[in-house]
Design a protein around this ligand. Sequence first.
Ligand code: URA
Length: 222
Amino acid sequence: MARDNKRAKPPQRSAAKYLPKTPSLSSLRKAAARCRGCDLYKDATQTVFGEGPTRAKVMFVGEQPGDSEDKEGHPFVGPAGKLFRKAIQRAGIASGDAYITNAVKHFKFVWRGKRRIHQKPKRTEVMACRPWLEAEIEEVRPRVIVALGATAAQALLGSSFKLTKHRGEFVESEWPARVTATVHPSSILRAPDEESRHEEMAKFIADLKIVAKALKGRGTKD
Ligand code: URA
């Protein structure tokens, strides 16, 4: 009998089966702490779930927790997070209006000497983690979703989305919210000198002011 030599694709890893039957932000957070939907839990200290009010007006989505977030268990508390929180404040977005999360809920890194160096998550890891993000959007029902950086933007808007082309625009999406994307705050920290860091911060705040303005409008989508 002829044999089919083609190897079957391994099943796609996913967090879906770890989702609670009755979702709420607190049941989701509890369930995510035990997620084994991909291998990133193995090296990370803990799951870093999103935080903010249940009915936040705006949801910010970063890439993944960094070294500080992994240790502390909260999103955006390290150097990029501090810069980000300063920027939203300067843009006039109240922290009480914001739910802050990440596309991937575990820190991915490699050891370099004694330091843990961030590694970009693979598309399969982003997709494996997406059920948590979908559930957060479903629970929070924000009016506006802001992707911070290309990984978050592509998690929300598909892998063909180009941040360089559509930064700061509200774009068509499957989500019941207005969706936009801007740079990741860590890119501002990586600017080569003080002057460009200043310029990049000003551009970032300008993007966030567009969001602040949209939050003053009514409804979810135009
Ligand atoms: N970078 C992110 O994308 N998320 C965090 O929580 C921290 C740094």
